[in-house]
Design a protein around this ligand. Sequence first.
Ligand code: NAD
Length: 265
Amino acid sequence: MKIGILGCAGRMGRMLVAQVLATEGAELAGGSEAPGSEFAGQDITQLAGHEPAGLVVGDDTRALFEASDAVIDFTVPAATAIHAVLAEDTATALIVGTTGLDAAQQDAINEAATKAPVVQAANFSVGVNLMLSLTEQVAATLADDYDIEIVEMHHRHKVDAPSGTALALGDAAALGRGVDLGAKSQRVRDGHTGPRQAGDIGFATLRGGDVAGDHTVIFAGDGERVELTHKAANRSVFASGAVRAALWTEGRASGLYSMRDVLST
Ligand code: NAD
């Protein structure tokens, strides 16, 4: 399968290029960067730490979609919305890892999924997808006198907060509890906040260093705590999950799929 990498000079983009090269059945179709990028014209595989293979960073994104069976997007929300339109126009499978999308940008993804298979996940690691199921299960089992708090830490360059994964864990907890996360989430505490509201799902965000992604869901009761923790040692777990998702789209009908779908079939 020919796979294109959008944002191929980014932190995840370089990991994705390396992962495609290492994966049987996957072939690198090319890669693109933002218009005017300092990486334009540079060799894509060399940027990813491999021997040059004659493919250079381009900015003709439509041509990349046309040359690919599936395209992987770990870029920025505004670019992802534009890429979704190209996936729709060219009926090319799209794998979306970009987080922090607003409602209009998410609508563009949903629209693309009417014409092509789209796999979207806030986190492509196998371990986090297991943790989503466990979080839903624990939240459904423990009554709401167990307070739910979600703590995440990422590297100093991350631009959105809480992380897409923390929000997905919040959604899983809310689903288990049978409540709406929007009505129950407590994202910021500062100053004289008063006591914790029963049933809230709280978030705390830490940023620093080169942390690839740590998440803990805490269920704090009177006299005991249950904690579920996942730590990504490096970004390769996200890249291997995303390439696995790309291969999974082969022959799939159009539709919006999750990494849980990929792992369960
Ligand atoms: P990064 O800033 O290192 O890379 C993003 C790249 O996208 C940059 O190189 C940038 O130039 C490029 N880009 C911007 N506009 C573009 C355009 N129009 N066309 C092509 N390329 C464009 O960021 P990163 O750490 O690689 O993370 C990227 C995204 O992936 C973030 O939203 C992050 O939260 C998300 N992420 C998701 C997962 C997951 O498993 N879902 C894991 C890690 C990171």
